[in-house]
Design a protein around this ligand. Structure first.
Ligand code: FES
Length: 574
């Protein structure tokens, strides 16, 4: 489509088309551009989360250059802008504390500037939901280009996966099965190239969610960062966003209830991260789509696991791409997804994947020969989690899915670390480890500590899994019989706060039940005696976050960010 055919001035015309003092200011200070870039063509923001402190996104300056080529080619005017970046491996106390902050950064950057459409460069875990949430609140045409996963980790002839093998190797060291020197050797062998975690962790999951939601070009999720086809995709995305502006293909036309249902089902089929739950819930809140925690169970619990990727399986994202990537999975899912859902390239998701080939049936399975028959997220209820808790059965131990055990309680992650390897700790493998104080308000930010390491004395006996319960999240690269996102969290007085050492806890995943075997009378007595923990953050962002963050079952967005404000042009600046 040509600009004349769209028959309307774009948003940026309110800045660049004015023949007055204000227009002079807007154009003059941009400097260096020929006058015709201000002729009313689409202005495309390239929202960049590049940072050397976010190593997963360290190649994004180069990626942005390829997007720019495409934008120029299609007759647009590209303008790259930075937003706060969120590096999963360095930021304390947890990047999740800042997801909503970055979404505000993105939203306000778009709304305040002459931007008609935006390409979102996303990679490391939280950068994807933060950028999509922010852009969705403006409802401009937007297209996500993910940075792509790293190449497979290689350690002494074995493929090793980001995160997944950190947890494995670290437990092996504690069990006395691996030397510290070997452990240190593995560091350089794991992260070998540009890109984000190459397991089906949160980054790969969210990149897959982008594709399943229709917010990215086909194959966006899996092309490795180091593969030249990643740059070709960025180039094509640059071309396409210009046409999306001309077609007024805004996010609200793509992010429909059907798109979210497709994402939930896809997350089950790929064995995706539990973190997708809080991110999709929060995103749905921004675009006014009614989505609830129970939808993840209702829509996904009986779906088969179709990909054999760590942490639920054996392979890595590089193998996934060579096998056909997400298009091959979506094609295999066939009637399980809403094929008529619209995507950023203007085609439906069914049109995009109708001829998608699969080159390796070990990596991507068929519906009748899945890796596991039922893979989706299970949402638990009971007196321990009145507003829900979640477990990922595909990453759990089948025999622990129904379990009754004695609680061993840790009031904080610090207490856990101090006591877990104490030989005198009264714990065995039948116990249930309970961690308090790690929810959205309590930590603050709901960190990825829910997959607590097992006590060394139990690991040394060859036992690798126990039931663990917390109000925290867990890394998408992690595994185990781990109950997460317990809501309400302990720091606001949720029942998790009332558990004491020696209580009995019953987990029954088939019945979706999580029960604290303590009488109502006793729980009432404990509740009356409960005192809210002292808050460590009294100023700045963390204070605003603690005062306004919603509970996990609502996506942990800030209450005043739910809903959208559009991209209306406010008053002039001078
Ligand atoms: Fe960045 Fe895993 S640490 S994606």
């Amino acid at each position: 489509m040509k600009d004349e055919e769209s028959k309307r001035p774009y948003r940026s015309a309110a800045w660049f088309s004015k023949l007055d003092k204000d227009g002079f200011i807007h154009r003059s200070w941009m400097r260096g551009w020929p006058r015709d870039v201000f002729d009313g063509r689409p202005v495309i923001g390239i929202c960049n989360t590049w940072s050397e402190l976010t190593p997963c996104n360290a190649h994004f300056r180069e990626l942005a250059d390829w997007v720019k080529r495409g934008v120029w080619e299609a007759g647009g005017f590209p303008v790259e802008f930075p937003v706060t970046s969120l590096g999963e491996t360095n930021m304390r106390p947890t990047t999740m504390l800042f997801r909503n902050l970055v979404s505000m950064d993105v939203e306000e950057s778009i709304r305040a500037n002459p931007i008609d459409g935006v390409v979102l460069l996303c990679g490391c875990d939280k950068t994807t939901p933060a950028l999509i949430m922010g852009a969705a609140s403006c409802d401009v045409p937007a297209l996500v280009v993910s940075g792509g996963p790293m190449l497979n980790g290689k350690f002494r002839g074995e493929d090793i996966g980001s995160g997944t093998h950190v947890w494995k190797f670290s437990e092996s060291v504690r069990a006395g099965e691996m030397t510290l020197a070997d452990f240190m050797d593995a560091e350089a062998c794991m992260s070998r190239s540009n890109g984000h975690c190459m397991t089906m962790g949160t980054a790969s999951t969210m990149a897959s969610m982008v594709e399943a939601l229709g917010m990215g070009m086909p194959s966006n999720a899996a092309i490795p960062a180091a593969d030249s086809r990643r740059y070709a995709l960025a180039h094509v995305a640059g071309r396409r966003i210009v046409d999306m502006v001309r077609e007024d293909l805004r996010m609200s036309k793509i992010l429909t209830r059907a798109a979210f249902e497709n994402a939930i089902r896809t997350n089950a089929a790929i064995g995706g991260s539990t973190n997708a739950i809080v991110h999709l819930l929060a995103l749905a809140g921004r675009v006014g789509v009614k989505l609830e925690l129970d939808d993840f169970d209702k829509l996904g619990h009986d779906l088969p696991l179709l990909v054999d990727l760590m942490p639920s399986g054996r392979f890595l994202m590089e193998d996934f791409y060579y096998a056909g990537g997400l298009p091959a999975v979506l094609r295999e899912m066939g009637p399980l997804i809403h094929g008529d859902a619209l995507t950023v390239n203007g085609k439906t998701i069914a049109e995009n994947v109708k001829d998608a080939p699969c080159w390796n049936r070990e990596v991507i399975r068929t519906l009748d020969k899945p890796l596991k028959k039922k893979a989706g997220i299970a949402v638990l209820r009971g007196n321990l989690c009145p507003d829900g808790a979640v477990i990922k059965p595909s990453a759990a131990t089948p025999k622990l899915m129904k379990h009754r055990g004695r609680a061993v309680v840790f009031k904080s992650i610090e207490e856990f670390k101090a006591r877990i390897d104490d030989p005198k700790l009264d714990i065995d493998e039948t116990c249930v480890m309970v961690l308090q104080g790690c929810g959205p308000r309590g930590y603050p930010g709901m960190p990825e500590v829910g997959n607590m390491p097992l006590p060394a004395k139990i690991l040394k006996r060859g036992i690798t899994d126990m039931v663990r319960i917390s109000d925290a999240r867990m890394s998408g690269t992690a595994y185990g019989t781990v109950v997460l996102h317990t809501s309400p969290e302990s720091s606001v007085g949720g029942p998790l706060a009332l558990v004491k050492d020696g209580d009995w806890i019953e987990l029954d995943v088939v019945k979706r039940r999580l029960h604290l075997d303590v009488s109502d009378v006793e729980l009432t007595r404990r509740r009356a005696a409960w005192k809210a923990p002292k808050r460590d953050y009294d100023r700045g962002w963390a204070r605003l976050y603690i005062e306004h963050v919603e509970q996990a079952h609502r996506g942990a967005d800030l209450d005043f960010l739910v809903g959208a404000s559009g991209a209306g042009v406010p008053r002039e600046s001078h």
